[in-house]
Design a protein around this ligand. Sequence first.
Ligand SMILES: [Zn+2]
Length: 101
Amino acid sequence: MGCRTWKIFCPVTAQLIAKSKTALTLTKWEVTKHNHVCDEQFYESLPSTRHRLLKDPEVSKDVTLMISAGAKPGKIRSILRSKGVGRISQRDLANFRYVNL
Ligand SMILES: [Zn+2]
């Protein structure tokens, strides 16, 4: 996997039109070629994706419980991965603990 950061100045751009407060419609691709591998693993590693995952009430409840029970961060991340939550970093967990516990 070549790319582990989102700060890569990817040139991909598209025109979107807001259909409502929550829906966008793609009207035109300006540049379609990424300058990086663009797959599920890349998407999951984006900070915004990771932060959204940890805000999910179910995930948040589980993480709080595991941290309170003294589970090691590596174990928590492994359990989250096995539940299909995605790639939560060690730092994400530290931030979660700082903000929530
Ligand atoms: Zn891209």
